[in-house]
Write a protein that binds this ligand. Structure first.
Ligand code: ACO
Length: 335
């Protein structure tokens, strides 16, 4: 079965790829640095270990490997790619990291740019790319989520350092006249609650000349009110998915997989329970990778596609949520 027949342009999801660094940081390793334990971390978050990129890796290198794997799944000619969007909050170049992925891929006909929306970034980027495809501006897009959060963690703060890891994931999306596999979506932000989770720049006042002052800046580490972020996620994520179900005439029984941003297993279970999803339908790889920010959704997706859990035409409800605060949901058919 394919999606709704159309007189207009729709999108289809053609391939996925992912990459994680080799270095494994276990809960036991973290407990050598801060006052915590494997038992505490596992029971409160579901995380056992996470990957940490070494100094030889960055967001572009990881993103390139994930994108290449997705392109290889499609068998596309690299010159036919029109658009590359990199969702990241940890660029290795503040002017943008996506063009260096374009260069590595040799995708000389594509335009490439970054999009920042923390853990909602990948979902927002998929929706953005789909708009370019649906208007007929572009035909083929690669959307990447890649983050090197380890560079911005206070490794002495046990409340946040246990949660995060590094990695990248990507998908290939194509315009089609036959059907639309992006069934529906919604995106939200609430800057008022942004103070619960941010990565602020540190401003140092300095002078250029006697009369002209300026602020030189660098970034500090992740600042997080874990309880408030938790409450936000378990309230807003079920609501936005329920509203999407209403708008699209879907319900949890018609959905094959619930694919949530991987922040905490307790959040995944709570959202799944609220929406009446059996545990077997909730995709999770938190135990192995923790929260890799913009990379989590394509990382779980790719894993499930490659081990044949997700099959062609399976319907997936997904939601990204995090700093901003930002959150969003989409309903899509794989393939
Ligand atoms: N090891 C041992 N004890 C700890 C640890 C730790 N690593 N961290 C906190 N504690 C202690 C606290 O100090 C506190 O002790 P106290 O009662 O003596 O003061 C106690 O454990 C309970 O602390 P809480 O903060 O209430 O613990 P909670 O059950 O809420 O779990 C957690 C904390 C895991 C951070 C949870 O709140 C959470 O997952 N929140 C969501 C965070 C999140 O997902 N952030 C990323 C969003 S995505 C993005 O955009 C980047």
């Amino acid at each position: 079965m394919e999606g709704t027949n159309l007189n207009q342009i729709g999108v289809s999801f053609k391939g996925s790829g992912s990459y994680v660094p080799n270095q494994i940081l276990t809960n036991q390793d973290i407990s050598k640095r801060v006052d915590t334990s494997d038992e505490w971390i596992k029971s409160r978050t579901g995380i056992s270990e996470r990957r940490i990129s070494g100094i030889e890796e960055d967001v572009s290198q990881m993103g390139y490997k994930a994108a290449l794997a997705a392109i290889n799944m499609t068998k596309w000619d690299i010159n036919t790619i029109d658009l590359i969007i990199l969702a990241t909050s940890t660029p290795h170049d503040l002017f943008g990291s996506a063009p260096s992925i374009q260069e590595r891929l040799g995708a000389k006909n594509a335009v490439a740019f970054d999009l920042t929306a923390a853990c909602s970034g990948f979902l927002f980027a998929v929706i953005t790319a789909s708009q370019f495809l649906k208007t007929g501006s572009y035909k083929r897009a690669i959307v990447i989520g890649s983050d090197q959060i380890s560079s911005y963690i206070d490794w002495n703060d046990r409340r946040s350092c246990i949660l995060f890891g590094d990695g990248a994931g990507a998908i290939a999306i194509e315009a089609t006249l036959k059907y639309d596999n992006l069934i529906g979506f919604d995106m939200r932000t609430d800057g008022q609650r942004g103070c619960f989770l941010n990565l602020p720049s540190q401003i140092n006042e300095d002078v250029i000349t006697e009369n002209i002052n300026y602020s030189s800046s660098s970034f500090s580490s992740i600042q997080m009110n874990g309880q408030e972020v938790y409450k936000f996620a378990v309230k807003e994520v079920p609501l936005i998915i329920e509203n999407l179900f209403k708008k699209t005439n879907y319900s949890s029984e018609k959905i094959d997989w619930l694919l949530l941003h991987q922040a905490n297993q307790r959040i995944l279970d709570s959202v799944g329970d609220r929406l009446n999803f059996s545990r077997g339908k909730i995709l999770s790889n938190l135990s192995d990778y923790g929260n890799t920010s913009a990379a989590t959704i394509p990382l779980v997706l790719d894993e499930a596609v490659r081990n044949k859990k997700i099959k062609q035409n399976d319907i997936i409800a997904t939601s990204g949520f995090g700093a901003g605060l930002s959150w969003g949901a989409a309903l899509f058919r794989w393939g």
